[in-house]
Each structure stands twice: as C-alpha cells, then as structure tokens.
Write a protein that binds this ligand. Structure first.
Ligand code: FRU
Length: 502
C-alpha cells in the first residue's frame, strides 16, 4: 500500500523503509556527521539486526546510505559506537588515512560456535571514511566469563588524562555498567563496575551507557563526569527512558555525587527527557569543540512494535546539545536543540506575536501560524491562570490537538497527547507526561518543535519532553489558552519549516 506519509517526519531522521531503533556509532569525521543505527534490512519489525547508515553536514538534512554492517549467519549486529583512531593505535589503518573503528555487540546465533543468544563485544573498521566496514579477524575482542546473554552496547571514547581508550558497556539484566580500558581498541582491561546500592527497579534492563566530561556552568576548571544509562522499563514517563548521574571519574571508577535512597521511585532520579519517546541516547565521538551532541531514538519499547507507520517504523529525536548547569543548587544535565537547528529555523519566514493576553479562554491564532511542521518559541506568563499553554496540531473543531501547559498550583509542565490523534494502537501509549518546573520571574520560556509524528518541548532551563503523536494531516492549528484566570503569551515566534526532504 501507499503507507503512512502523513507521519513521515520532515525534520527528524527516518529510514526510507523498515524498522529502526537505537542510534549507533555517532561520529563526526571530515565535515560529516555519521548516524548509524539498529536496522532490520528485511522487515518493518525488529529482527535481523544490522547497522543502517545516514550522513549529514548540518544534523538536520540526512542522506540515507547503504547498510553498513549486515546480519550474518553467525551473528546479529547489536548496538555499539565508533571512534576515529587518529593515531592508528589499532594498527588497522593504512598509510593513507586514519581508520574508523567500531565496537559493537555480536548477538550470537545457533551454529556460531557460541551458545545461541550470548553476547560479546566485537570490532569492525573502515579505511574509507565510514563507507564500507570489515569485521576484525579475531572477534570477539571482549567476552564475559561465563558468557552472558545481556553483555552489550559498548561505547568507546578517548580518555585524555590517561592516554587510553575507555569503554562503558552493560550487563543489562544485572543493572551494571562495566568499564574497560585499552591502548589499541583490541585488548581490553577491566576497570570497574558502576551500579546502584539496593537496585530500585527489579526487572528493568540497563542499556546504552555513555560516560563523558562536561564543564559545570561553562567553567572548564569545574569539570564533572556524566554517566547516562537507558533504563527499560521503569522510566519517569513509563517504559523506556534515559537516566543520568553527575559525578567524578578518576580514570578507573565513576562515583556519582548523589544517589537516591534505595527503594526510591523514578521521580527521585534524574532523567534526560521527561516524555515517553526518548531512548538509547548517545553522544557523538569527535564532535567539534568537544561538544556533547546527542541523538536519541524517538520511541518506547512499551509500544514501538505497534506504532502504525509504514513502510518504516522508527524515527530519531532532534540532535541536542547537552550542558551541565547548576539549578536549585544541583548540577543538572540540560538539553537544547543544536545550533544548526536554530540556524535552520532562522532561515524560514516566521510569524511574530508581541504579546497576547487570554482570560479563561482558548484563542486560535491567525491562519499564518498554521502548520504541521513548525517551531514555536514563546514565553508564558501564567499570572492568575490555573493552567496556561498551547495547543499544536489542533483540529478545526477544537476537539483534537496536543496540549502543552503550565499548572501554576502544582508548578508542573505537562505534555498531553490524550487527544492528539491515533492513540488506540497500544494500551501502553501513555497519555500525559508531567515535570516539575519552577517559573523564572513568573515566566516560562518554551521552544516547541512540531513535526508530522512528534512534539518536542524544551524549557528555557533545559528540560525536555519528547512524545510521538499520530494526528491527521489536516490538524494544523495553533491555539493558546488560559484556564480559570489570565495568562500572557510574550514574544511568540511561529516558524513554518519547509520540508527539507522536498
Ligand atoms: C536498546 C537495545 C540494546 C541492543 C539493541 C538491540 O534499545 O536493546 O541494548 O543492543 O537495542 O537492537
């Protein structure tokens, strides 16, 4: 059939066809951003896992490339990472160019010589700048003893103070991040385990770890280390989500500054995103100026397989820049769309509204603001209103739309997709995602990124809420509303974003 073009993202990456999950091997190399990803070359459902590939110069416009690493008779190619081996420490390069080296998880099949279902870390390399990949002859390079069915997701980076490579990986069902070091990307030495005392979330898996340094409040003398771990299920919004810890890394052991008491619920932990659809996020290797640029998979294992899109299933969230900022006396990991997205938005015509006050009413904005792919910047001053916010992808009759609103009594921001379009394909498609946000001088700044299949909300203080939506293509109206009182919407800029895929 014709599939579901009404839900094909315009400014978020989707493969032309078939299933996609985690971003893999994010690397910036010679002016190109490479996005590899978990991909099924044979069907629009999870299976036959391979690495798909796309490239971009600006993190917004992506070109799909041939499948980089294919499932083979012995193994599926699960998640992993890539580094630029600039000094050819692996010896796998040739005189011409530095090799790109991938560490990925081999998920073994029957007949592979390994017990079916066991997982180990393997190496592949490219000497043509990421176009083609060869598997290392003596794989795997790292195995657990005894072999494990949950040893996966190697993320490698260069640890400058020690002059060696650092790998984080997980034993997913044991809620453990295992760290290793290497001088050549081939021989790995165990460093330490990171786990939580009194594991609070029995049954959840820990996946896709990443450990990286960031300056606190932009001050490089106040560097902290950040550990991110994808947790499934048990996330703050239900199902899959990305947790983070801020702390200290001495080259061997990661020590978090704060740990929630054993037995705490998800709200006691820190989350990179408070929506339902942000998972398996990872940082780019070799990013310009050491920036922490991330891409996350915009879905949730609770219902990923039921998502009603075809002939593809899976999209990536907008690339984000992470920073560490002191908020309420605590270092927080903040998210904002990358600078390239900002320039992309500025390149389009916008509609500007200086100030609009609404009193116990919903007000649809002028026709010029209508759009199905758009960026909205607004500062909300909720004054006396009980709730104040926006409706995007709204229908003519006002019945359908995705609501983003501030609740003044509870001091919370909510993304409500209960009437956003199709929701019935899974009873695990959660409806409302709520996060505590204090106002700053009585105001809240929001950037709302709307696409054919998603809404991402970024607050001025760096909190993100990401949710998939499945509206009909006619629902393109923007409204503002204030319940039981008055609110003002200041400096509202609504930018209709042309489809970069043409
Ligand atoms: C995370 C994950 C990884 C694994 C991959 C398999 O979403 O489960 O742990 O490597 O997906 O596709």
């Amino acid at each position: 059939g014709p599939g579901t073009p009404q839900w094909r993202s315009a400014i978020h990456y989707t493969p032309q066809r078939n299933w996609m999950n985690d971003p893999n091997g994010l690397v910036y190399h010679q002016g190109l951003y490479h996005l590899f990803y978990q991909f099924n070359p044979n069907a629009n459902m999870w299976g036959d896992m391979s690495w798909g590939h796309a490239t971009s110069r600006d993190l917004i416009h992506w070109m799909e490339q041939p499948v980089a690493m294919r499932v083979n008779p012995a193994e599926e190619i699960f998640s992993g990472s890539i580094v630029v081996d600039a000094h050819n420490t692996s010896g796998l390069g040739d005189a011409r160019s530095a090799p790109l080296v991938a560490l990925y998880t081999s998920a073994y099949k029957a007949g592979s010589g390994h017990e079916p279902g066991t997982q180990a870390q393997s190496l592949a390399y490219s000497t043509d700048d990421g176009r083609t990949w060869r598997q290392y002859a003596r794989n795997p390079v790292l195995t657990l003893n005894p072999e494990s069915k949950h040893f996966r997701d190697p993320k490698v980076s260069w640890y400058a103070p020690g002059g060696h490579w650092l790998m984080t990986t997980v034993v997913a069902d044991a809620h453990v991040v295992k760290m290793y070091r290497s001088h050549n990307l081939i021989d790995w030495e165990f460093l330490s385990d990171f786990t939580l005392p009194g594991i609070p979330h029995q049954g959840a898996l820990w996946e896709m770890p990443d450990l990286f340094p960031l300056p606190l409040d932009g001050d490089s003398r106040k560097q902290k280390w950040v550990m991110i771990v994808s947790v499934n299920p048990w996330s703050i919004a239900g199902g899959s989500g990305v947790m983070y810890f801020v702390g200290h890394f001495d080259g061997r052991t990661f020590t978090p500054d704060h740990v929630a008491p054993a037995g705490s619920d998800p709200a006691a932990y820190q989350w990179l995103d408070h929506g339902a659809d942000y998972y398996a996020a990872s940082t780019f290797a070799n990013a310009p100026d050491g920036q922490a640029i991330t891409i996350g998979w915009m879905s949730n294992w609770d219902y990923a397989a039921q998502i009603p899109t075809s002939p593809w299933r899976g999209a990536m969230a907008l690339p984000r820049l992470l920073a560490l900022k002191t908020i309420d006396g605590m270092p927080r990991l903040t998210s904002a769309p990358v600078a390239q997205y900002r320039s992309f938005v500025r390149g389009h015509a916008a509609t500007h509204v200086n100030a609009l006050t609404v009193s116990s009413a919903t007000r649809e904005l002028a026709p010029a603001t209508r759009g199905i792919v758009q960026n909205i910047d607004v500062t909300i001053s909720p004054h006396s209103a009980q709730r104040a916010g926006l409706i995007v992808r709204g229908s003519a009759d006002g019945e359908t739309g995705t609501r983003i609103f501030y609740d003044t009594a509870n001091r919370t921001l909510t993304l409500d997709r209960s009437r956003s379009g199709h929701t019935e394909f899974s009873n695990k498609f959660s409806k409302q995602h709520i996060v505590n946000i204090p106002l700053e001088n009585g105001k809240l700044h929001l950037t709302v990124v709307v696409d054919r299949n998603s809404v991402e909300v970024f607050t001025g203080s760096g909190t993100a809420i990401t949710d998939l939506i499945f509206p009909t293509p006619d629902d393109d109206r923007v409204s503002v509303f204030a319940d039981n009182g008055e609110a003002t919407f200041i400096d509202m800029t609504i930018t209709r974003l042309a489809d970069p895929h043409g």
